[in-house]
Ligand binder design. Structure first.
Ligand code: IMP
Length: 198
């Protein structure tokens, strides 16, 4: 058998440690994430039954959540993805939203589940929802894994939020900083030295 020996002692340079460099602290563990996702999946199963919803994932951050959520659901679902511009390498929302990749499916009359990684200022989601509503779906439910507790965030539809988190820049489980950290299996706070020293 090949691969990493889980019993082997880890060092700072072991590959499995490199992906976690810059992690200040783990905010939501893998176990907590999976438990909440199973709960959300059960709710969606009960809500949609045989209606076969279209799950719309917002790339790239929602990929981890979308994958685990759809596998935890037992009803038949379909998937589609959109890509919208986000922060680039910065840690604050620019308010500039741009479609990088549109849906493949015609959503008129469909029941949509919009799957978002995180609602921060709410600008991205607000823009996305306006655009989707204009295409006349039957209904839209928004499921966001994370929502930042932020007094100045705009009011936006988020029907089900997995975790409310403090207003800090987070990484992991799909979320990146400058394209890194997406494959951490947990949500963590990024050490500010990572972006203040660069
Ligand atoms: P909003 O438009 O400010 O709500 O930001 C939404 C998008 O910004 C999310 O879908 C993420 O891609 C990204 N984002 C917001 N906050 C964070 C964060 O703390 N870490 C990583 N990405 C974030």
């Amino acid at each position: 058998m090949t691969g990493v020996n889980p019993e082997a002692p880890t060092t700072a340079t072991a590959p499995q440690e490199l992906r976690a460099r810059g992690v200040a602290r783990i905010l939501i563990s893998e176990t907590e994430l999976q438990q909440e996702i199973r709960a959300i999946a059960a709710e969606l199963d009960a809500e949609y039954g045989t209606d076969q919803p279209l799950m719309v994932g917002v790339l790239t951050g929602a990929v981890a959540f979308m994958a685990d959520l759809m596998k935890a659901m037992t009803i038949p679902v379909q998937l589609d993805f959109m890509a919208i511009s986000s922060y680039g390498a910065a840690t604050k929302s620019s308010g500039v939203v741009r479609i990088l990749k549109d849906l493949n499916e015609d959503i008129e009359g469909r029941r949509l589940i919009v799957v978002e990684d995180i609602v921060d200022s709410g600008l991205t989601l607000q823009y996305l929802l306006e655009m989707l509503k204009a295409r006349n779906p039957a209904d839209i439910r928004v499921v966001a894994l994370l929502k930042k507790d932020k007094p100045d965030a705009i009011e936006v539809q988020a029907d089900r939020v997995g975790f409310h988190i403090p207003d800090e820049f987070v990484i992991g489980y799909g979320l990146d900083y400058a394209g890194q950290y997406r494959n951490l299996p947990y949500v963590a706070v990024l050490d500010p030295s990572v972006y203040t020293n660069s």
